[in-house]
Design a protein around this ligand. Structure first.
Ligand code: IPD
Ligand code: CA
Ligand code: CA
Ligand code: CA
Length: 255
């Protein structure tokens, strides 16, 4: 059953991605949400409506937690099949750069991380996997990245955490091989999955974190909360996704 769902979701994501790329010419509207730096476009909304509609066909009876509010009104637990959906991650990049954005989904079954998908939109590369079956870039299985420490790692830290020096993250940045800010959790998660980045630190909502978390844990990478011990799937978390060594190096330098 999960295999059927998986293949249909992959096909659906590629379709939604192709539709998204048709709008790189700027044929969409932009609105602000909480502030001038928090944008939403008609493409975020269209993608979410389309993904949510298709998920209900592919996986009848599922519940959906999705960023723009077209999913279920309240999802307070992980009973049954729960999909977590980010219909366009890196909206600012989409609007300003026409590049470096993604689409992300994760499926939890009775609280168990089960399937996850991160689409690198412009390159049309789909990272997917979970449930003990490994992680793939399209049809190619990924191997676990080398276990590099902080001094040998490029590290991505979200700009707001660096600007406010949350948990002494500027000290972490200084001790890394280099600091990078991609502006999209999808792109940064892919960076850690492929070994381009040794670590990614950000404060993330459920739809920003769940897909990358499922794939990172599947690859044996470390996913930890920086401000307490546990990560809650259904709320916002200050998290670190990293190789085991870089993750420990970072935890030793933050408080
Ligand atoms: C945002 C991006 C950004 C991260 C923010 C997210 P959105 O997602 O992933 O890199 O720093 O926390 O909200 O709103 O573009 O889907
Ligand atoms: Ca958003
Ligand atoms: Ca996002
Ligand atoms: Ca989004």
């Amino acid at each position: 059953m999960l295999e059927g769902i998986d293949l249909q979701v992959q096909r659906m994501l590629r379709r939604v991605n192709r539709q998204t790329l048709r709008h790189l010419d700027g044929s969409y509207q932009v609105a602000t949400k909480s502030s001038y730096s928090d944008l939403v476009t008609t493409i975020d909304r269209q993608n979410e409506q389309e993904i949510d509609r298709q998920l209900r066909v592919i996986d009848p009876g599922c519940r959906i937690l999705s960023e723009e509010g077209f999913g279920d009104r309240r999802v307070d637990d992980l009973d049954g099949h729960v999909w977590i959906v980010d219909p366009l991650d890196g909206t600012l990049n989409f609007v300003k750069q026409h590049d470096h954005f993604g689409i992300m989904l994760a499926l939890y079954v009775d609280g168990r991380p089960t399937l996850a998908y991160i689409m690198d939109a412009v390159n049309q590369d789909l990272y997917h996997g979970g449930n003990g079956g490994g992680v793939f870039k399209n049809d190619c299985r990924l191997t676990r990245p080398a276990d590099v420490g902080l001094h040998d790692s490029l590290v991505a830290i979200s700009s707001s955490l660096v600007l406010d020096d949350v948990a002494h993250l500027t000290r972490v940045a200084r001790q890394a091989s280099g600091l990078r800010m991609y502006g999209s959790a999808a792109m940064e998660m892919i960076g850690v999955l492929t070994g381009e980045l040794g670590a990614y630190v950000s404060r993330l909502k459920p739809w920003d974190l769940a897909p990358g978390r499922v794939l990172a844990e599947e690859l044996g990478l470390s996913v930890k909360s920086i401000d307490d011990d546990g990560i809650s799937v259904l709320s916002s978390n200050l998290v670190l996704v990293a190789t085991k060594r870089a993750g420990q190096d970072i935890l030793d330098r933050t408080d």
